[in-house]
Every structure is written in C-alpha cells, then in structure tokens.
Design a binder for this molecule. Structure first.
Ligand code: PMV
Length: 334
C-alpha cells in the first residue's frame, strides 16, 4: 500500500503594505506588491495523507468535517495543483486546526494555505524549494505565499502572465527585530460578510480610487523596506497605517460599499490616536474585518494594554512577535 503522510505548521501574517486586488483572478496574481510580518503565537497545523485507497478528498477543520462549500472547493483545488505538479494522482485526507477564530480578518487563510501547501507537497514527495512553494500557496490564497517565510516578507507582484515571477521573499528573518510586537485585538470573532476574494473583485471593478491606490502602494512598499531594515518603528508604523487607511478608502468607495469596520473598530482607532498624541509610539493596521492589530515595541506593550482596559468590547487579545516560516513537524493530527 502506498501511504504517505506529512504535517506542517504555518503562522498567519499581517500585511504592513496590503494586497487588495488581482490582475489575474484564477492564478491570484496581485496588482501590487505587498509586505508582511509573520506572527509567532498564532498557527494552523495541517496533516495531509495521500493514499491510493482513498476514493475522494476529505477535509476537516477544527474537528468538523467540511462536506461542501467554497472552503472545501479551495482545498481540493490546491490538492489538484499539487497532484498536477507532482504528476501523482491519489486522493488525500486533510485534517487542520487553527488556534484562533476563523475568517475574522485574522488572516487565517494565509496560515491555512501555507500549511496545506507545505504538508501536501511533502506528503506526496514533491521536493521543491520555498519559492516554488510560495507560488503554489499563492494560488490557494494570495496572502498564503507570504506565510511560507518567517520574519518580514515581500510578495513581489511580478510581471509575467503565468504568475511564475509572483512569489514571496524574505526581507529579514524573525530574529532581525526582536522587540517588534504585534498586538492582535479581537473585537468580533464572527465570520465576515464579504470574503476578500469577492471584495477585491468589487473594488477593482468599481472604486474610482483604485488606480491611485496602486500608485501609492508602490511608493509605500519602496519606503517601508528601508525602515524595516533600520528597525525604525515610527516611520514603519506611519507608512503601514496610511497604507491600511488607503486600502479601506478603496473598500469604502467600492460599489457596493465594503465597510469591514464596526463601531468598536472606530472607537479603538480613536483610542490609539489619543495614545499617539500622548507620545506613545504605536500604530494600527486593519484587514478585511473589524479587528485591529497594533504594532509597537515590547517596552510599550503593557502601557498600551493598560490604556485599552477601558475598552470592554475587546473579546480577546494576543501579543505576537515576528514568527518563523512554515515548517514540517513530526506529530501528526491523525
Ligand atoms: O489572501 P486573502 O485572499 O485572504 O487576502 C488578504 C487581504 C488582506 O488581508 C486584506 C490584505 C493582505 O495583504 O493580507
């Protein structure tokens, strides 16, 4: 019997320079390059087994079997891609778990598809390097290509039509900036209404600000890299914050309008701005959901959390440092 199994752990990443929109929907080739930090304390763990005896692909997430819908479809499409590249044709059993809420703008798809790609390629015996893995992971979920790498990462948009030059690369590893912290504030762990795939299409097709966004992003990406290398939090944070607000301007000005924030998000922005006015060096970023991520230095984490104590609507928070890239581990989930 030919039975092959592998398990990978991958961490979500948070974009400091955002990806919002594709120039090729099918291959998930973005309109702009993006830059992220991989988070250490949150993870997806995924075990994949290919087996010639299996009669279909099976997937379970957080102990629940997924029997249909878009999530299962995307998992099967990624498995198909791995089968196509490796020229092997067996069905797979995939078991996955996250240690954080799904689809709440916490980039769960980034860790999910990075872990699935790495475990899948290893299980089927398809030996490729991280760059090639990042190209496969990208086709599961764009941002997943960045989670193949640890630390600070750039996803280059590439120029080619086939997407072979659209992959992630490490700018600096997880040890580069040891006191860099990301505080993930969870204000609403419910699933978001319009998933990013759909939201991006709406924005590309309807926001009058979209062209301006592409132009400004290029500029932001060029500048932030230098500040990351210099470990300059004030300038890194300023650019990240502006870039995030520009992305949300594109979202809000789309038709239909995409408003991912809720009243608590705005209250928190207000509190963060008050802390900034009081001289604290902290900055925020927000993805396609209501949750806020704060970037700051380790020395200020406690002060910031104390100031946020009067915000009872924060369900939970996680303090993260730059984390490692996706990796293979020995303990399987089944
Ligand atoms: O990879 P996706 O389809 O989950 O899109 C991620 C989009 C944002 O989180 C809003 C921005 C980003 O670059 O991660």
């Amino acid at each position: 019997m030919n039975k092959i199994k592998a398990t990978a752990i991958a961490h979500p990443n948070i974009a400091l320079i955002k990806y919002w929109g594709k120039r090729n929907d099918e291959l998930k080739i973005p309109t702009v390059s993006s830059i992220s930090v991989t988070l250490d304390n949150l993870y997806t763990k995924t075990t994949v087994e290919f087996n010639e005896k299996f009669e279909e692909d099976k997937f379970s997430l957080n102990d629940k079997t997924v029997t249909g819908g878009v999530v299962l479809k995307r998992v099967i499409e990624l498995l198909d891609l791995i089968r196509k590249h490796s020229k092997k044709n067996q069905f797979a059993k995939v078991v996955s778990e996250n240690n954080f809420p799904d689809a709440a703008g916490l980039a769960s798809s980034s860790s999910a598809f990075a872990a699935l790609t790495m475990a899948g390629c290893n299980a089927i015996g398809y030996g490729i390097n991280k760059k090639e893995m990042s190209i496969i992971a990208r086709q599961g979920s764009g941002s997943a290509c960045r989670s193949i790498f640890g630390g600070f990462v750039e996803w280059k948009k590439g120029k080619k039509d086939d997407g072979t030059d659209s992959f992630a690369e490490q700018i600096a590893d997880e040890k580069h900036w040891e006191d860099f912290r990301i505080i993930v504030l969870i204000v609403n762990p419910k699933e978001k209404k319009i998933k990013s795939t759909e939201g991006m299409k709406i924005s590309v097709n309807s926001s009058e600000l979209y062209e301006a966004w592409i132009k400004a992003s290029e500029n932001d990406a060029g500048k932030i890299k230098q500040y990351l290398l210099e470990k300059n939090l004030t300038e890194t944070g300023k650019i990240a914050e502006q870039n995030c607000l520009r992305m949300h301007s594109v979202m809000i000005s789309s038709d239909p309008s995409l408003i991912y924030w809720n009243p608590e998000t705005v209250t928190l922005i207000d509190k963060i701005q008050a802390m900034q006015s009081n001289g604290l060096d902290l900055h925020f970023t927000i993805d396609a959901g209501p949750n806020i991520k704060i970037i700051c230095q380790e020395k200020d984490v406690e002060k910031i959390l104390n100031c946020l104590e009067q915000a009872p609507f924060i369900h939970d928070f996680v303090v993260c440092s730059p984390g490692k890239g996706a990796e293979i581990v020995d303990d399987h989930l089944f």
